[in-house]
Design a binder for this molecule. Structure first.
Ligand code: BES
Ligand code: MN
Ligand code: ZN
Length: 486
């Protein structure tokens, strides 16, 4: 769907969308439209339970006297902020997508937030239909254009094109990777797909298995060794400013069977999205480069498939990480941390970043704690944690902070190696996972986001359709704006 901006006027065709404040009447162009329709809109409001409540809608078909084929009244509540403007865009899209109208014109009298409405609508318009060959016409969205008629159309258009549209592309980039099944998306094809970032000026460096062996990324390679698909590590750089970079690190397990510590078969198909952390990182790189951000950012993703086979890693195996520390692999299903350990140590040693943020669908335990509303954040640095919490609030990718403590770290002691890869009990599983990662970051300001509950959704929200959410793209983009660009 295309989003465009125009000066306020009633449209000659298509759908007309008008806003109504809570308990209020139709005003301005909306009042003009109502008059042209001999009061049909205000009578429809009076005859319904629609009173302008935020995100409530009322559809009036072919009102006599208006050129529009339908009028959609949308409630803006009593306090309009950016968050609501975005959700309204998403709501308008969802109501009209399959209505039959091919174009819609939204009359948006408020100055300043028209671009945000467009962003919300475009985010809601995401679909992943490439494998559907028998989709019925009536199930296909036909809404092709949303025109936002607003006082400062030029400023809104500029802001949308330079910023909002870049965010939409980046979120789509991430959602597409997360949506792909494991037979199509595996380390090699994923790494190949990331070459697309070169078109926006990101430098992309791919390490194949030989290169990773040379680098001694043995905890990462240990996860991949049971799969016919070779591991890849991809480093992405955007240098829009001088000084030390901020590093973004992502878990990219393209399919997680659990390995020899195999998962139960029920629901295992969900483990195609065990690369959601990496998708957040690559999406953020696309957004940052797309906006030509004045920031120095390095992204690194570890791409592996976790399979059981005769070459797979065994429970009890001891592997040496890139950092030199050794790990006793008690459970091969705790593989994400093994991938991240090498990435964290490597990116810190080579790039000496001012801060590191890793994202991973790391534990089922975080889903038990937070369900699908918040992702968990763990950090050794107050300022970084606060910046991330604020960024999460700003873009509605919410975070809830968990503690780190030596007592949890003790649960990682091993009789044979420097540490084991799971806690000594099942308790505090998300925290012991974070404590494991902490052993690979030294003194560098670091935050770990456990996004196991938020990378995928079975419930649509106004700007997030069912399926791959792209969680983390906007959060990281916002973090970079706040800590690097301001
Ligand atoms: N990818 C899973 C975590 C996960 C679980 C993500 C559910 C999304 C939904 C991860 O690799 C894993 O298997 N973690 C184990 C760790 C355990 C063996 C200590 C878990 O959480 O069960
Ligand atoms: Mn696992
Ligand atoms: Zn996993």
């Amino acid at each position: 769907m295309k989003v465009s901006f125009a000066t306020p006027a009633l449209p000659p065709s298509g759908a007309l969308v008008l806003t109504v404040v809570k308990g209020g009447a139709l005003e301005g162009l909306a009042a003009e439209a109502d008059a042209a329709a001999s009061g049909a809109l205000s009578r429809a409001m009076a005859a319904s339970r629609f009173h302008g409540e935020a995100k409530a809608t009322l559809e009036v078909m072919v009102p006599f006297g208006l050129d529009a084929e339908r009028v959609l009244l949308v409630g803006v509540g009593d306090e309009l902020d950016g968050r609501l403007a975005e959700d309204l865009g998403g709501t308008i899209y969802s109501v009209l997508a399959r209505s039959g109208s091919e174009s819609a014109t939204l009359v948006w009298p408020q100055a300043g937030s028209a671009d945000v409405v467009g962003l919300g609508a475009a985010l809601a318009a995401y679909r992943f239909d490439k494998y559907r060959t028998q989709l019925k016409d009536k199930d296909k969205p036909v809404l092709a254009e949303l025109v936002i008629a607003t006082p400062d159309a030029d400023a809104a258009r500029r802001s949308y094109e330079e910023d909002g549209a870049k965010i939409v592309e980046a979120v789509k980039f991430a959602r597409d990777f997360v949506s792909e099944p494991g037979n199509v998306l595996y380390p090699e094809t994923y790494a190949e797909g990331l070459r697309e970032l070169e078109a926006v000026g990101v430098s992309v460096e791919v390490f194949d298995r030989a290169a990773l062996e040379e680098l001694k990324m043995a905890t990462l390679l240990g996860v991949a060794q049971g799969s016919a698909r070779e591991a890849r590590v991809v480093v992405m750089r955007w240098q829009g400013a001088e000084g030390p970079p901020i590093a973004l690190v992502g878990k990219g397990v393209t399919f997680d069977t659990g390995g020899i510590s195999i998962k139960p078969s029920g629901g295992m198909e969900e483990m195609k999205w065990d690369m959601g952390g990496s998708a957040a990182v690559v999406g953020a790189m696309k957004a940052i480069a797309g906006r030509k951000a004045a920031a120095n950012v390095v992204g690194i993703v570890g791409l592996v498939e976790n399979m059981p086979s005769s070459t797979a890693q065994r429970p009890g195996d001891v592997v040496a990480s890139y950092s030199g520390q050794t790990v006793e692999v008690i459970n091969t299903d705790a593989e994400g941390r093994l991938v991240l350990a090498d990435l964290l140590a490597y990116v810190i040693e080579v790039y000496k970043p001012r801060a590191v943020v890793d994202l991973a669908t790391l534990t089922g335990a975080i889903v038990m704690a937070l369900a699908h509303e918040y992702a968990g954040i763990f950090s050794n640095d107050e300022a970084l944690a606060q910046s991330l919490l604020a960024a999460g609030d700003a873009v509605d990718e919410k975070l809830w902070r968990f503690p780190l403590h030596d007592a949890y770290d003790k649960m990682l002691e091993s009789p044979i190696a420097d540490m084991r890869n799971i806690g000594s009990s099942r308790e505090a599983g998300a925290i012991t996972a974070a404590q494991f990662l902490k052993r690979f970051v030294g003194e560098t300001p670091w935050a770990h986001l456990d996004i196991a509950g938020t990378a995928w959704t079975d419930k649509a929200r106004p700007t997030v359709p069912k399926g791959a959410t792209g969680y983390g793209v906007r959060l990281l983009d916002r973090l970079v704006r706040d800590v690097c660009e301001s």
